[in-house]
Design a protein. Structure first.
Length: 217
């Protein structure tokens, strides 16, 4: 039986891996360019670094997510307690229903190089590369992955990994794996996504309820 030289086999594997990884960047570009609005369910797992003599702390939450490009989104955390995170294009609002407390920050200052900026602000890989260095990483968990590293040394995040899946309708963003500079890891998984739908403008309008404390850091 004819056998390829080991060097050629290795080169072929390397080429196939490179093409698969480059495909992930193309998928991310397609997602950013073609998906202008959407709705999904999400679950979030946040793992804090272990302290001396203690196991890592893990917190889980879930809710719904909606967005409208450019720059508008709404996370409604339903479990374990209700919080709203709303970006209206100018202000980022965090509303804690239990505490009746609202925190308002200028959106450009608050988001910067956050995962939310990756989701809703950029309209293509070219725009994303202004703030992030992109690197293709190997496929895992049935997804194709792109790692985005903030270019700013002052960014609170160390990296964001985006996991994408090809569907009959196009490309879905399935997972965001976020690592901050303090070692905390947050994994957002999206499901039941519906893309390019009409969303009422009122979803992204927030007015602090009467009696709520409003904090503007």
């Amino acid at each position: 039986m004819f056998k390829l030289p080991h060097a050629l086999v290795g080169a072929g594997v390397a080429l196939a891996t490179t093409l698969a990884q480059a495909q992930a960047t193309q998928w991310l570009d397609q997602y950013l360019r073609t998906v202008h609005s959407g709705r999904a369910q999400f679950s979030q797992t946040v793992t804090s670094p272990a302290r001396a003599g203690q196991a890592p702390r893990v917190k889980t939450s879930s809710g719904t997510f909606e967005f409208q490009r450019p720059g508008k989104f709404r996370f409604v955390y339903q479990r374990p307690y209700e919080q709203w995170l709303i970006a209206d294009g100018k202000t980022l609002w965090l509303y804690d229903l239990d505490l009746q407390q609202v925190t308002a920050r200028p959106q450009t200052q608050a988001l910067g190089t956050s995962p939310a900026a990756l989701l809703t602000s950029s309209q293509g890989v070219d725009g994303l590369q202004k703030d992030f260095a992109l690197e293709e990483v190997p496929d895992a968990e049935g997804l194709s992955w792109v790692q985005a590293t903030p270019r700013s040394a002052d960014a609170p995040l160390a990296s964001v990994r985006a996991g994408l899946r090809r569907t009959e309708a196009g490309v879905d963003l399935v997972r965001l794996d976020v690592l901050d500079r303090l070692g905390q890891r947050s994994v957002l998984t999206f499901s039941a996504a519906v893309n390019n739908i009409e969303l009422p403008a009122s979803l992204f309008v927030f007015r602090p309820p009467a009696g709520a404390d409003v904090i503007r850091p």
